[in-house]
Ligand binder design. Structure first.
Ligand SMILES: Cc1cc2nc3c(=O)[nH]c(=O)nc-3n(C[C@H](O)[C@H](O)[C@H](O)COP(=O)(O)O)c2cc1C
Length: 319
């Protein structure tokens, strides 16, 4: 894959945000089923783990051909392990490597990974240039506005570009804000005016049209939490009935079971099932059943029951 991958992609770029615990291969495939044009990223994956050939870590990089072009996201703080991880990503057929410099999780920050790198610009730039120089893949960086404000964003962006970054994704919140507060895209628009490389904006986008309304001068937008239980967020006018959703939900379940086996797959699909039915008012009564599913059959049974109720309610409304 060429270093010009990001530059050559049709704009605006629509991307599914990497979300640890959610955006595994099964979920990414489902989002691409709904809109094949979106770009997907793996969940963040430890460069140290890849360097030490940890099996569990390598498993996180499993993906399906349908997801291509797919970007691998890594985190860490060690130049040597980033280079090994980059070579691994190349051998695995990824289209690009994304460096996580935004994760605010306590464990990650304590290890001086993720957003902690915004306190150490020099190290962050060394990591970017090490990957850029030692890999044929394009390198991108995903970060936030800053630690407690956006005052170093432009300096950081320029340094990242000079170090060889081919794209930046900026989440319009600071570390201190976590996932609360509305995202602020203004500092991202300002950054774009200063850089030549493409920039994706992220944070708080709840629909396709909303993404376009906050796009401004940016090259694309990325959606995270609003896609959970709603992969239709990636299409225009996504007025989809539950009847149309059920086959996709079943497919998602099937993909997850194929990926992780029936035992783990059915455990992990539970939170996704709850998210899928969240917008159906009467579905609350099915919550208990949904968190107890333990086989593909039981999932199909509960979904079919909900659908039956859903159609009854629909008929009543129409009558
Ligand atoms: C459960 C969860 C897991 C996340 N995991 C990652 C991750 O692995 N890598 C990453 O760069 N960002 C991660 N993020 C941040 C998202 O990619 C995104 O930047 C953030 O959720 C803001 O976008 P949104 O408001 O559309 O959700 C995670 C967010 C959530 C909620």
């Amino acid at each position: 894959m060429s270093k010009d991958f990001w530059k050559n992609l049709p704009k605006p770029i629509l991307a599914l945000a990497p979300m640890d615990g959610y955006t595994d291969s099964a979920f990414r495939r489902i989002c691409k089923t709904v809109n094949p044009e979106i770009i997907v990223f793996t969940e963040f994956t430890s460069a140290d783990g890849l360097h030490h050939e940890a099996k569990k870590v390598q498993e996180k990089f499993r993906y399906h051909e349908e997801e291509k072009p797919i970007i691998a996201q890594i985190f860490g703080k060690d130049v040597k392990t980033f280079i090994t991880a980059a070579k691994y990503c190349e051998a695995m057929g990824f289209a690009g490597i994304d460096l996580n410099m935004g994760c605010p999780a306590k464990k990650v920050v304590r290890s001086e990974h993720g957003i902690a790198l915004r306190k150490k610009h020099d190290l962050a730039f060394r990591l970017i240039s090490a990957v850029a120089e030692n890999s044929a893949l394009p390198v991108s960086v995903k970060t936030r506005l800053g630690w407690s404000d956006a005052s170093d964003l432009i300096d950081f962006g320029k340094g990242a570009q000079n170090a060889g970054a081919d794209l930046l994704t900026i989440h319009g919140r600071t570390y201190v804000q976590g996932y609360k507060n509305p995202a602020d895209f203004n500092p991202i628009y300002e950054l774009k005016k200063e850089l030549a490389i493409p920039i994706i904006g992220n944070g708080g986008i709840i629909s396709y049209d909303h993404g376009f309304s906050v796009l401004g001068n940016l090259d694309g937008f990325m959606i995270g939490q609003a896609a959970i239980g709603n992969p239709w967020v990636f299409i225009k006018n996504a007025d989809i009935s539950f009847e149309e959703k059920v086959p996709i939900i079943k497919k998602h379940t099937q993909y997850l079971i194929e990926l992780k086996g029936e035992k783990i797959g059915t455990l992990e699909i539970r939170k996704q099932l709850l998210a899928y039915v969240k917008s159906i008012p009467f579905a609350a009564t099915y919550r208990l059943k949904l968190v107890q599913v333990d086989s593909l059959d039981s999932i199909h049974r509960v979904l079919d029951e909900i659908l039956l109720d859903y159609n009854k309610v629909e008929i009543k409304v129409l009558a």
